[in-house]
Design a protein around this ligand. Structure first.
Ligand code: SAH
Ligand code: SF4
Length: 339
């Protein structure tokens, strides 16, 4: 719901009602039924006109309280996840853009379960609204599209959601990050948009043979094509580009992998985020152990690339992409090859 749409819905009411309802929905993150400053008949009418998109199925909180994960049911019974992460000085919400994902990356719990449907703009925005309310008194500053789904495969709704987060919720575009598996047409479209959001590309392999296997969309948009699209994004936006690299034991954590990655990243001045693979039910190979993660990072740095090792947030609450849903609704059988 936009502010103009709300004004239309409230036509005939005193004008301050628009502000009251707006603040209730977007600042406090509550439904109309909880807005006690409204007369009861209006509350009831708005409750019907503005149904909430997300019904909570589960909430899990990490032991230290810094990671909160929700599993939501949508109005057609599909389920998606949202994760709120508190860091010193900032809070970040990780949102889903699709129920499921059609990209079929074998190591990913969402990919293992297949594609249900695209999320609507409201379903995406409401995840942020709810997380922002839950984060209080801390200020929610960052949004990353790293939950379930491929945001650039749901481009129009994702982009509209970005505009709402920026315009209506007042989040800075510089604090919004879209993560893509490498949908080249989407990256090129993004380069032409007004808002300078951050782009994260899930690379995981820097040679086509291995990437074809880990990230099947690479067969359609191989590394050189992806490289050109990333370069075009950088040229247009001058925003930081980052590469995600989930370290998989014996698969993409060898010295040769570091050398290929360093070459690829250096030419784009990209920042590399390393994270040991989270175990999932449908993929036999495990994450790289911590000592070798550290060595891989040192090797990259020695080769002149920028790399940071990221903590696995909330592993104990299944907080990696698609994992909470997987524990509630086990995927039928893995449709993707096991390593
Ligand atoms: N579809 C988009 C965004 C959602 S996935 C994309 O792929 O970028 C968000 C991130 O989680 C991606 O970098 C993805 O590769 C990573 N990921 C998926 N499964 C993982 C796992 N089991 N362990 C670690 N990272 C994983
Ligand atoms: Fe989809 Fe991203 Fe998971 Fe690949 S890693 S299956 S693109 S959600």
């Amino acid at each position: 719901m936009t502010r103009d749409g709300l004004a239309e819905l409230l036509a005939g009411q005193p004008s301050y009602r628009v502000r009251q309802v707006w603040e209730g929905l977007y600042t406090q993150g509550v439904g109309p039924e909880s807005m006690t400053n409204l007369p009861a008949p209006l509350r009831a009418r708005l409750h019907d006109a503005l149904p909430s998109a997300l019904a909570q199925v589960a909430e899990s909180v990490s032991d230290d309280g810094d990671t909160i994960k929700w599993l939501w049911e949508l109005d057609d019974g599909r389920q998606v996840e949202t994760v709120l992460m508190h860091y010193p000085g900032r809070s970040t919400v990780c949102v889903s853009s699709q129920a499921g994902c059609a990209m079929g990356c074998g190591f990913c719990a969402t990919g293992q379960a297949g594609f249900d449907r695209n999320l609507t703009v409201g379903e995406i925005v409401e995840q942020v609204v709810v997380a922002r309310a839950a984060a209080l008194p801390r200020r929610l500053s960052n949004v990353v599209f790293m939950g379930m789904g491929e945001p650039l495969a749901n481009y129009d709704r994702t982009w509209r959601a970005v505009e709402v987060l920026h315009g209506e919720l007042g989040l800075s575009a510089r604090h919004l990050t879209l993560s893509t598996v490498g949908m080249v047409p989407g990256i090129r479209r993004l380069a032409g948009e007004d808002l300078p959001v951050n782009l994260a590309v899930s690379l995981h392999a820097a040679n086509d043979e291995l990437r074809d296997e880990l990230v099947p969309i690479n067969r359609r948009y191989p590394l050189d094509v992806l490289h050109d699209a990333c370069a075009a994004y950088l040229a247009a936006k001058n925003r930081r580009l980052s590469f995600e690299w989930a370290l998989i034991d014996g698969v993409n954590d060898r010295p040769a992998d570091a050398a290929e990655l360093a070459d690829y990243a250096r030419s784009l001045r990209a920042h590399i985020n390393l994270i040991p693979l989270n175990p999932t039910a449908g993929y036999a190979t495990r994450g790289t152990p911590p000592d070798r993660v550290a060595r891989f990072a040192e090797r990259l740095t020695g080769l002149g690339a920028n790399a940071t090792v990221r903590r696995n947030r909330g592993t104990e609450i299944d907080a990696a992409c698609g994992q909470l849903r997987a524990t509630h609704v086990p995927p039928p059988t893995s449709r993707t090859p096991r390593a």
